[in-house]
Design a protein around this ligand. Structure first.
Ligand code: MOS
Length: 721
């Protein structure tokens, strides 16, 4: 089905099931330990050996002792694996050697009967390297950074920034840094591979089934139809599981070599350096405005690094669209770094971009002696500032700011920093804008109706803890006019129709739109079976009715199951609209006057993100994202060893993330909004919007508490004293 915009009134608009706060269907399975994760099946154990250097070559690898160790079935290395291809979505090789491209690049898999035997034998692998000096320091590599080659990542100019900036009566020129960050999801990368002849089945933990199926086939050099990926339950991803990673490839190679199923969970100490991470950035922001606070010139430049042939962190993205101003410039520069591969982590681009921009906006408001919310409101735009005939499909940004200010008690805030105290705590209130683009992706599904009235949805969509099972069930229930408990949802299997997958906050809207398309097909089939006009047929309360006649829905499948399968596809029709999601974050912190320790006291997010399909799971998404934003503000920092070229704090003891106890009070408000340009669901993404701006709101609150402006994340106590 081709989506024609704007979406007309359709069965989803009934909101009998959609739009209601609904418990996650998978919740009880996950909390009682009955949801089968990839690693939880019988198989031999693989243990990954990671490279001990960041750049260079393996001179020799002695695996003889490992091979002879108790319980060992096989040892896989680049030598024994033979020729391997490289996946479309991978920058570095998933199995390194003899060339080493980054620290902890996988160089061997030891397979044994038990985990302990595999681990013990892995210690017996002896490797000699010849080391080369790599580039590990972004600040140093900045000079040699180049314009990225992808068109969308090249310099963008509107008007004449330099002239307008120099002429502006009020100016800000400030630089900010964000560190490397890691996804730190609960479940590590984990896969279990089993071969039947030349056909591979991989139980895995992966956000994008079809991407990774394709990359597995490409890497192994086998036809894609010989690869099946199964990923029904995933213990978090945050972008780290968008791609095929080493544990999946090594499980496949290990199973082939061992002649039996092999499972590999990437050891936690390998996670930070073996997989991808959010790259560090250096960002320079210049803003020029009139004394009345109208922005005349805005420039955002960002430097980041990646392995050769990698991509930049697109931190300037939001600055192209968030605020008005006739003269604008954005630039990204990409340096070659020999650190592990940089890639997507929750809201790539906007999350680190807003960490800088939204402090800069706060600083600019202060220069103007203007309330920071007022400054944002007067620089709102209803059109794409670079292409003024392109409107936003919806943009209730100012409503988010105003409602948030009212609910958070902004008017009670003393505008002077460092003036509010509660015993030993310096109290600060800060806010920041939230912005994230809304992407839509083609997504397919198959929906079956049986004689008992059970509606079964099958799609390769994944649920990474986001609530996909539940909103997909809600969509099918709404469309077919049956109660939620009559819907069965089966996800995460490459045998099912290809979905949008979980990425870029497009999963919720896009995957349910695909289910909508399949249900439209199924409704037509059912109406035809019952001799009703498919255009007039209404599906409600387990019945189908048209022109005064009505039948039980089950009757349509009385003589055999009905199957509707289709995809929702998007053409160029929506190009005249910019689709984005908006919000505002408010944070209150206390900073210990003696130690500089920051404690978040309360948080509020107001989001305008189209129709909220399930307010409960959407709220959970935003709350989780807000928590992650606090991590970005106060704790998260992959520390680079600039001599040896690796991330030093490679476990969850050294890499700190916030827990619930760190966040006493969180509230989320969704504006009542539908976006008929986004899809027939009229929904948008929200899971990444929730993190966008949070860290800057914390930073601005800390400034308000202390009068100390920190432009270098994370804002640890040493930077405040
Ligand atoms: Mo998201 S970082 O695109 O999973």
């Amino acid at each position: 089905m081709k989506f024609t915009t704007p979406a007309t009134t359709n069965p989803i608009d009934q909101l009998k099931v959609i739009g209601h706060a609904t418990d996650r269907i998978d919740g009880p399975y996950k909390t009682t330990g009955t949801a089968p994760y990839a690693y939880e099946r019988e198989a031999a154990y693989g243990y990954v050996v990671g490279a001990g250097i960041a750049k260079g070559r393996i001179v020799s690898m002695d695996i003889n002792d490992a091979r002879r160790a108790p319980g060992v079935l096989t040892v896989v290395t680049a030598d024994s694996a033979g020729k391997l291809g490289k996946g479309k979505f991978n920058t570095a090789k998933l199995l390194g050697g003899p060339e080493i491209q980054h620290y902890h690049q996988a160089i061997a898999l030891v397979v044994a009967e038990t985990f302990e035997q595999a681990r013990a034998a892995a210690q017996l692998v002896r490797v000699q390297y010849s080391k080369e000096q790599g580039a590990y320091d972004l600040a140093k590599a900045r000079e040699s950074a180049k314009q990225p080659k992808e068109k969308e990542n090249q310099d963008k100019q509107v008007g004449d920034f330099n002239t307008a900036f120099n002429a502006a009566p009020v100016r800000l020129d400030a630089s900010y840094t964000t560190p490397d960050q890691t996804h730190a999801m609960m479940e590590p990368h984990a896969s279990l591979a089993a071969w039947q002849g030349d056909k591979l089945t991989l139980w895995t933990s992966n956000q994008m089934i079809n991407w990774s199926k394709g990359d597995m086939a490409k890497t192994l050099g086998i036809p894609p139809e010989n690869v099946r990926l199964v990923s029904p339950y995933i213990g978090g991803g945050f972008g780290g599981k968008l791609f095929l990673r080493s544990e999946a490839l090594l499980a496949a190679l290990g199973a082939k070599a061992a002649g039996r199923p092999v499972k590999v969970a990437l050891q936690r100490p390998l996670m930070m350096n073996n997989t991808t991470h959010r790259p560090a950035t250096i960002q320079r922001i210049r803003i020029g405005a009139s004394r009345e606070g109208k922005i005349s010139a805005i420039a955002h430049e960002s430097w980041s690094g990646d392995l050769p042939d990698g991509k930049p962190e697109t931190a300037v993205q939001q600055t192209q669209l968030l605020y008005a101003g006739p003269h604008r410039m954005t630039k990204m520069r990409l340096a070659v770094l020999d650190l592990p591969e940089g890639n997507a982590m929750r809201a790539p681009g906007e999350a680190p971009g807003l960490m800088a921009l939204e402090i800069a906006i706060d600083e600019m408001a202060e220069k103007l002696k203007m309330d920071p919310i007022t400054f944002r409101i007067i620089n709102d735009t209803t059109v794409d500032p670079a292409q003024r005939d392109r409107k936003f499909s919806t943009r209730r940004f100012v409503d988010c700011l105003r409602l948030g200010a009212q609910r958070f008690g902004w008017d009670k805030r003393n505008p002077q920093p460092g003036k509010t105290r509660d015993g030993r705590w310096l109290i600060g209130i800060g806010m920041a804008s939230a912005f994230r683009n809304n992407l839509v992706q083609k997504s397919a599904a198959r929906v079956r109706l049986d004689a008992q009235g059970t509606v079964t949805v099958e799609t390769d969509m994944t649920d990474i803890g986001t609530g996909s099972y539940t909103i997909i069930a809600q969509t099918a229930a709404e469309m077919m006019g049956v109660p939620l408990k009559q819907v069965v949802v089966r996800l995460g299997d490459s045998d099912f129709p290809i979905s949008a997958g979980s990425g870029g906050q497009w999963g919720g809207n896009s995957s349910t739109a695909g289910v909508y398309a399949a249900c439209v097909k199924l409704r037509e089939l059912a109406a035809q079976k019952l001799g009703l006009d498919p255009v007039l047929a209404e599906f409600a309360h387990g019945e189908v009715r048209a022109e005064g006649r009505s039948f039980p829905l089950t009757q349509a499948a009385a003589n055999g199951e009905l199957v509707g399968e289709d995809a929702m596809e998007y053409g160029d029709l929506d190009k005249k609209f910019q689709q984005s999601t908006f919000g505002a974050h408010f944070v209150e912190v206390g900073v210990d006057a003696a130690t500089g320790e920051t404690r978040v006291r309360r948080m509020l997010a107001v989001c305008a993100a189209g129709r909220i399909l399930n307010p409960k799971s959407a709220r959970s998404q935003v709350i989780g994202a807000m928590t992650m934003g606090v991590g970005a503000a106060l704790m998260e920092d992959l520390v680079v060893d600039r001599r040896a070229g690796f991330f030093v704090n490679h476990d969850l003891a050294g890499y700190e993330v916030p827990v619930h106890a760190d966040i006493p009070h969180q509230e989320v408000i969704f504006l009542d909004e539908t976006d008929p340009v986004s899809s027939p669901m009229k929904a948008k993404g929200v899971g990444e919007l929730g993190i966008c701006g949070v860290a800057a709101a914390v930073a601005n609150a800390i400034y308000h508490a202390t009068g100390v402006r920190v432009r270098d994340y994370p804002i640890t106590l040493d930077k405040l004293i």
